[in-house]
Design a protein around this ligand. Structure first.
Ligand code: PLP
Length: 372
């Protein structure tokens, strides 16, 4: 655990733009909506066109790069960042390894659009990701904790073994954010994340980023974005910039509340099981203590049945029944409704920024009502 480094990153983040400001400039970031830039004569060294450059992207990327301690590029969604990694770095004949229990769309993307161009994808459960080694893979993709099951894998050990086998390691850090886990410091080559979730935090934007300390990788990603045209909107970038300013406080509150709530769920008689890396008896706990700065704000609960789970979610005044997670408001959903390989009563709960005792009172009342 290195909370002091997170604190210094957070303190500096709030003043990142200060050195660029001239007297009389607005302190908050101006939003620049532009496809054209004033460009007489030679275009070299200037902003040229809205698909190549935008000052609002530059500002949000400077923040992301500061947080990741690595060059970062913004994308219009988390999936756009993952697509950029796949399509800029893979070629026919390559094999990749994905988590079988991670974000479903990543596997579907590989199945639908990598396979037909000759890139094969295998899958493996996150909890046993090291088993079987990494020989023959060009790219190894980890998602830890996995969404929605919250299993984790050892990023350092995976990176070592994958590098020895000649593979690049990509880590999807969406569930943890740069304040909760630092995959690049643990050995991953590329980080991808959906800023749609906690980094933006207000459930009003889709955005993603990729970050890497490998200059060739970043050049390939930048070229892909410029040519393929999957660019973020400036207004979305502006909103994510605003969201990132408060990520530290929101994430701290959300993780602290999740630690309190997970323990109470564990003791609650109508909750069948709880997965949360911060619980001492959780299979992920020992590794989580070593590799994560915080335990996150997602809790996986299993209630007795589909009906009980739906009644718990819908009957709680302080839970938004919704897919996605990481907002200031607590939200939850039954993942089996999307076909995830989980029990019918499995609920993914995303703890928000509400005061925790009020949240628990509302949840306790709803659990009692749901159990009937
Ligand atoms: C949401 C999510 C994504 C995709 O992000 P979008 O912004 O919806 O494209 C990728 N990975 C994980 C782990 C996610 O939770």
């Amino acid at each position: 655990m290195m909370p002091d480094q997170n604190n210094s990153r957070a303190a500096h983040l709030a003043h990142l733009r200060r050195q660029e400001l001239a007297k009389g400039d607005p302190v908050p970031l101006p939003l620049t909506m532009a496809s054209m830039y004033h460009l007489p004569g030679s275009p070299a060294g200037f902003k040229q066109y809205g698909r190549f450059d935008n000052p609002t992207w530059d500002a949000v990327e400077a923040m992301l790069s500061h947080l990741e301690e690595a060059p970062a590029l913004g994308f219009p969604s988390g999936m756009a960042a993952i697509s950029a990694v796949f399509f800029s770095l893979l070629k026919a004949g390559d094999r990749i390894l994905l988590p079988s229990d991670g974000y479903y769309t990543t596997r579907l993307l590989a199945e639908r659009f990598l396979k037909p161009i000759g890139v094969a994808a295998d899958t493996r459960p996150t909890a046993s990701f090291l088993d079987g080694g990494f020989d023959g893979y060009r790219l190894v993709f980890v998602e830890t904790p996995s969404n929605p099951g919250l299993d984790i894998c050892d990023i350092t050990a995976v990176s070592k073994a994958a590098h020895a086998a000649g593979a690049l390691v990509v880590a999807d850090n969406t569930t943890m954010t740069p304040y909760g886990q630092r995959p690049l410091d643990l050995g991953a080559d590329i980080l991808v994340a959906a800023d749609t979730k906690a980094p933006n935090g207000h459930s009003d934007v889709l955005f993603g980023h990729a970050a890497s300390r490998n200059a060739e990788v970043m050049a390939a990603l930048a070229e892909w974005r410029r040519l393929a045209g999957g660019i973020p909107g400036p207004f979305e970038a502006w909103l994510v910039h605003r969201g990132l300013e408060t990520l530290d406080v929101r994430f701290d509150r959300m993780c602290s509340s999740a630690e309190i709530l997970a323990r109470r769920f564990l003791e609650h008689r109508t909750v069948r099981s709880v997965r949360f890396p911060g619980l001492e008896n959780d299979p992920a706990h020992n590794l989580a203590r070593i590799q994560m700065q915080r335990f996150g704000f997602l809790i996986a609960l299993t209630l007795g049945s589909e009906a009980e789970a739906e009644a718990f979610i819908d009957g709680c005044a302080y839970i938004q029944p919704a897919t996605s997670f990481g907002g200031v408001h607590t939200s939850a959903e039954r993942r089996a409704r999307w076909g995830d390989a989980v029990a019918p009563g499995f609920v993914r709960l995303s703890v928000g920024c509400e005061p925790v005792e009020e949240l628990w009172e509302a949840m306790k009342a709803s659990l009692a009502g749901a159990a009937g």
